[in-house]
Design a protein. Structure first.
Length: 221
């Protein structure tokens, strides 16, 4: 294993230490006792596996696919969302879409970075913007998804540049140019998912509360 891949593995595994408490106290007991939550979690993982499998390879290490990680983050919180990326990434490796040596890079750049961006935008919108369902859908969902997808491409491009896999001109002309094309559909994918869930299945969204985004908002008026 190359030194850069080893460091990516280390950096990808370190955040799991921060996830342990949430897994032990919240996720595992609920997964163990509630069959509906089991079905939801397995369905979400399978859907992301299919979505990530449909990728387009532009150049070596410069692959493009939709993420939908903003939706996953809003459903589970950043810790559990990142945990769920591990079995999905392992499945991609088992089916030949990803090599074992590249899994560390994939977990860090294509999973952790977009998840942290998504959760940060959600927290900022919750703290500084009016708490109503439209802000949740359009800012924490649509805008958040577009931003997370764009940052993912930039982070991957910078990694390829720093590891001397591709030069900056190749990265910009063959990879970063797709930010303009992918930002809107990535945002739309997440925005629509969040809109549907917040209306029909708000209990599936860990970061959504009727009290905060609906009742308190209209009560203040």
């Amino acid at each position: 294993m190359e030194l850069s891949n080893l460091w990516m593995w280390i950096l990808a595994l370190l955040p799991l230490a921060l996830c342990f408490g949430d897994i032990r106290d919240n996720f595992y007991p609920k997964l163990k006792s509630e069959s509906r939550f089991q079905h939801l979690t397995f369905a979400a993982c399978f859907a992301l596996f299919l979505l990530w499998s449909a990728e387009a390879g532009v150049k070596q290490g410069l692959d493009i696919h939709f993420l939908a990680l903003t939706s996953l983050t809003l459903m589970y919180g950043w810790r559990i969302a990142y945990l769920l990326c591990f079995p999905i990434t392992l499945s991609l490796s088992l089916f030949g879409s990803l090599t074992i040596s590249a899994m560390g890079q994939y977990l860090l750049l294509s999973c952790l970075v977009p998840i942290l961006i998504s959760y940060a935008v959600f927290l900022l919108s919750y703290r500084y913007l009016p708490r109503n369902i439209f802000v949740y859908i359009f800012v924490a969902g649509f805008f958040n998804g577009a931003l997370a997808g764009s940052v993912h491409l930039v982070a991957t491009g910078l990694f390829q540049l720093l590891t001397d896999v591709h030069d900056w001109t190749t990265i910009v002309d063959n990879y970063l140019i797709f930010i303009i094309l992918l930002a809107f559909p990535e945002g739309l994918l997440n925005g629509m998912a969040v809109a549907v869930l917040s209306v029909f299945k708000p209990e599936w969204l860990r970061t959504f509360s009727d009290r905060d985004y609906i009742y308190n908002h209209y009560h203040k008026k």
